[in-house]
Design a protein around this ligand. Structure first.
Ligand SMILES: [Zn+2]
Length: 225
């Protein structure tokens, strides 16, 4: 077995409980698992430790996707068998924790550069060049100095060159053309944008929860082709 020993942070039920985790299909132990609520709405990314805790607390209602980890638990004193649990790429949980996008109609996910650059597929929204995150910056379409706000609808990804050239001007004042209109992601879109190492089945699942009109459908399609 290629697993490593890890303590599950489940003090209540299984103090000192040890699990061995083995990723399947050549994945890494860091592969995130998509957690949804009972209705299947995406909530967050969790690691296998958190998944093991949810299983131990009987919080998992059902699973989707494919098995990505085998978790080996304690040995049954009577049979001598070790319990094995397969954890899927998507797990639906019971309980009250629901997705904030469902709870509040006016929910807007927090803005940060990592998710902004991913929203814009790492493209400068002025010159169209695809660049690494370190080469990109957050441009305020209407500059702060002209009353623009630091919100999803007023920010785009821009390369440093375009951002410097534009300066404290609007695109019209700078005679620059915006390639796409900025948008605020829905909660499901935000979960996707936050995801690292999103598996194909997780991506398909999240895509099905995006608005039909989401620009991300086309951007992801382009990225994958
Ligand atoms: Zn540019």
């Amino acid at each position: 077995m290629n697993g490593i020993d890890l303590e599950v942070a489940d003090q209540g039920r299984a103090e000192g409980f040890q699990i061995l985790a083995r990723p399947l299909g050549g994945l890494s132990l860091q592969q995130p698992i998509l957690r949804t609520d009972i209705a299947g709405m995406p909530i967050e990314w969790i690691d296998y430790r958190e998944a093991a805790r949810l299983y131990a607390q009987v919080q998992i209602a059902y699973t989707c996707g494919s098995p990505i980890f085998s978790l080996y638990g304690g040995t049954n004193a009577r049979t001598g068998n070790r319990s094995v649990l397969e954890v899927n790429s998507i797990v639906a949980t019971v309980g009250n924790t629901s997705n904030p996008g469902n709870l509040r109609k006016d929910y807007v996910p927090p803005l940060n550069n990592q998710t902004l650059f991913r929203r814009d597929a790492y493209l400068c929204m002025y010159c169209g060049h695809r660049l690494a995150a370190r080469e990109l910056s957050r441009d305020h379409v209407r500059p702060i100095s002209q009353g623009g706000r630091d919100v999803w609808m007023n920010v785009v990804t821009a390369c440093r060159r375009c951002n410097n050239f534009k300066g404290a001007r609007t695109p019209e004042q700078a005679k620059m053309q915006l390639l796409a209109v900025p948008f605020a992601p829905t909660y499901a879109e935000y979960i996707f944008l936050k995801g690292r190492r999103v598996l194909v089945d997780q991506m398909a699942y999240l895509l099905a929860h995006f608005p039909r009109t989401s620009p991300l459908h086309e951007r992801i399609h382009k990225l994958m082709s």
